[in-house]
Design a protein around this ligand. Structure first.
Ligand SMILES: *[C@@H]1O[C@H](CO)[C@@H](O)[C@H](O)[C@H]1NC(C)=O
Length: 225
């Protein structure tokens, strides 16, 4: 009961407050689930770049990937400040960010405006992605027009929360039990393109809560299967 209440409070305030830290219990900072085995991989899907090119993700074969649905005007946007350093200290890992406007319209810009928003507004202070941080074009993670890659991720990795959120802040239909609950959920993908771990948006702590899952995947060889 208490947990549900705290989570509801978190979802309500996470992206209005400057930081969600104060409203979060320790338990909610540590939420993750292990994904199911699957024959499909992340390389089976096509995504769009910020400039509108259609690409597959095969260029990242052999790397460990952290996939994050992002938004510029969210409390969790502060996590961007950790992205570059997290990738710099973890050779072999790449971060792929997918902007999404489905949570309280917190990613309202066009694709060609997103980098400017990050650089000058939030997190601001001239923030730019480093070479192992890749920001793709906007997509939908939930609802009728959910991107096939997100449909795959959600069907392979169980949700990390039983509560999706408040109806008026979820800008899509229909709402499903496996939905991404907010901006900055994360999926960790192994060297073979298979999803392995799903993280709650607030499971972060400067990246450390996610980072400790990198090592076992980095130790797996790229050609084992
Ligand atoms: C992925 O993209 C590369 C480069 O554009 C292309 O050569 C390859 O055939 C594509 N693979 C799939 C599975 O679509």
């Amino acid at each position: 009961m208490l947990r549900q209440f705290v989570l509801a409070a978190l979802l309500a305030s996470a992206c209005r407050a400057k930081t969600a830290k104060d409203t979060m219990s320790d338990d909610e900072e540590k939420r993750f689930t292990k994904c199911q085995p699957t024959d499909k991989t992340i390389f089976d899907f096509k995504v769009e770049t910020l400039t509108g090119e259609v690409r597959n993700l095969t260029e990242f074969r052999g790397k460990v990937l952290l996939i994050v649905n992002v938004a510029t005007y969210c409390g969790y946007t502060e996590q961007y400040n950790d992205f570059n350093q997290l990738m710099e200290r973890n050779d072999g890992v790449q971060l792929l960010a997918f902007p999404c406007n489905q949570f309280h319209l917190q990613e309202p810009g066009h694709n060609d405006e997103i980098l400017n928003g990050l650089k000058h507004v939030r997190p601001g202070k001239n923030w730019e992605p480093s070479k192992n941080v890749h920001i793709y074009g906007k997509l939908e993670v939930n609802g009728e027009n959910e991107h096939p890659m997100y449909k795959f991720l959600k069907s392979t990795c169980p949700p990390t929360s039983e509560k999706i959120g408040e109806r008026h802040k979820l800008m899509y239909d229909p709402i499903k039990t496996t939905d991404i609950v907010w901006n900055f959920e994360k999926f960790l993908i192994d060297r073979h393109g298979r999803p392995r771990v799903r993280f709650f948006p607030g499971t972060w702590k400067g990246g450390k809560r996610v980072e400790k899952h990198f090592k076992p995947l980095l130790e797996e060889t790229a050609d084992k299967n």
